[in-house]
Design a protein around this ligand. Structure first.
Ligand SMILES: Cc1ncc(COP(=O)(O)O)c(C=O)c1O
Length: 423
């Protein structure tokens, strides 16, 4: 694609000039006749219970096939999938689990429910992936697991992270909620760690409203996952004798039916998003004060969303002013992704995960409280301050991306020129 061009004298739309984005974004419907057929077939089974019907079984086997994994367990959400994986990894009270702080609460909820303490590792500045060396530095003798978040669909450096984890005897759980069919060194994200966790919530690459999957090659972990997702009831036996506390995280047959149809669409969806994401990167590379998303070297990003960063010193304005101008150009974007790094959420500030208790942040034996000070993960905090989030999906047209890139170029060049240095 030719580099987005904009005349330096272009009047910004926020100042009354013409908008860079002149056409409405492409849209589409994610559910169609394929999902309808599967749902009707599920209803006609006469049961919607996963253990009696065929849809959840078919989903697990199709997912396993797609990922080249031996086993899969379906869950009610991605959050549930991660909680199940943490349980299977033996995470319990007093343990520490390493995770990165720009993510959904779903990455940390299971850690807290297990009575373990989330320990936050820093991130790479432009891939937004976990920084392997920061992970290594935060491993202690209490670390039981690492939850590796493949944020925005950009893969983490799994070779390095697996080497660190192996050396230190720590389990790796991959959070692939945003990373359907993401690859690293020719291998799918979700197949490196002990378990890979996926989300089927309404907003993900593929969706069933809500739902999740946990994949593994380890038969013992798979056996545990089935128990973990279903109240520790062994559905293969008539004997009911739960031996640990497991929630009801079951998927139902309607959800599985929709998921099954969606799974067949995943490859095309991810392919299109990858093309658009790379096109956007090419279109905004080299602009003053704009740092595009850096696709992980040796990886294939599935672009659940697009995120770039502003260098306020180079562009001459702060991120929020930049975004206000970009929005006025008609470009869909937001200042920031999540409001703040996860450890600055109220739950962490006030240690209020559970009522009338500071558990698990306070160790009842020693009275020691885990703190999450400002500057704990400086790069992640800097990302939060300077990132611009943009939606990206398979219905966007090439023109949508070209106009968005032109809008970014127009705003960046305008502000940089106004600052004094010509772009
Ligand atoms: C990185 C990440 N992890 C976990 C989750 C949790 O998934 P779910 O919403 O299906 O519980 C999400 C969902 O937004 C996510 O983006």
């Amino acid at each position: 694609m030719p580099k987005a061009t904009a005349n330096l004298t272009d009047e910004l739309a926020i100042h009354g000039g013409p908008k860079a984005k002149t056409t409405p974004y492409g849209t589409g419907s994610k559910y169609g006749p394929e999902e309808e057929r599967e749902v009707i077939a599920a209803l006609r089974q006469g049961t919607l219970f996963y253990a009696f019907g065929q849809k959840t079984k078919a989903l697990c086997s199709r997912f396993s096939e797609l990922y080249g994994l031996a086993h899969a367990t379906a869950t009610s959400s991605g959050t549930a999938a991660i909680h199940v994986a943490l349980g299977c990894a033996g995470v319990g009270p007093g343990d520490e689990v390493i995770v990165t702080p720009i993510t959904d609460m779903g990455s940390v909820i299971g850690i807290l429910y297990q009575g373990a303490v989330p320990v936050f590792a820093d991130m790479e500045p432009y891939t937004f992936a976990p920084d392997p060396e920061s992970i290594a530095a935060r491993i202690t003798d209490r670390t039981r697991a690492i939850v590796v978040v493949h944020l925005a669909g950009n893969p983490a450096k799994m070779d390095r992270i697996m080497a660190i984890a192996r050396e230190r005897g720590v389990a790796v759980i991959e959070d692939c909620a945003q990373a359907w069919l993401t690859e690293y060194q020719g291998r799918k994200a979700g197949t490196f760690g002990a378990m890979g966790c996926f989300s089927l919530n309404e907003f993900k690459h593929i969706s069933a409203g809500d739902g999740g999957l946990v994949g593994t090659n380890n038969p013992e972990l798979a056996r545990l996952a089935a128990l973990w997702a279903d109240k520790c009831y062994d559905r293969t036996s008539k004997v009911r004798d739960p031996w640990f506390l497991a929630p009801n995280y079951r998927m139902n047959e309607l959800t599985a039916a929709v998921s099954l149809a969606q799974l067949e669409k995943a490859a095309a969806i991810v392919e299109r998003r990858s093309v658009l994401g790379r096109k956007l990167t090419a279109g905004i590379t080299g602009l003053p004060g704009v740092v595009p998303l850096e696709e992980q070297r040796g990886g294939r990003c599935s672009f659940w969303f697009y995120m770039f960063r502003i260098d306020p010193a180079a562009v001459g304005v702060g991120r929020d002013e930049f975004v206000a101008a970009l929005k006025a150009e008609g470009v869909a974007c937001e200042a920031g992704y999540i409001q703040d790094v996860v450890y600055k959420y109220r739950l962490f500030r006030e240690k209020s995960a559970f009522p009338h208790s500071r558990w698990p942040f306070e160790d009842p034996r020693t009275g020691k409280v885990v703190e999450y000070p400002d500057g704990l993960c400086p790069t992640a905090e800097e990302i939060i301050r300077t990132c611009v989030w943009m939606p990206l999906n398979q219905w966007f047209t090439d023109r949508d991306v070209e106009e968005a890139a032109a809008g970014i170029a127009k705003v960046a060049r305008h502000f940089a020129a106004a600052k004094g240095g010509r772009a």
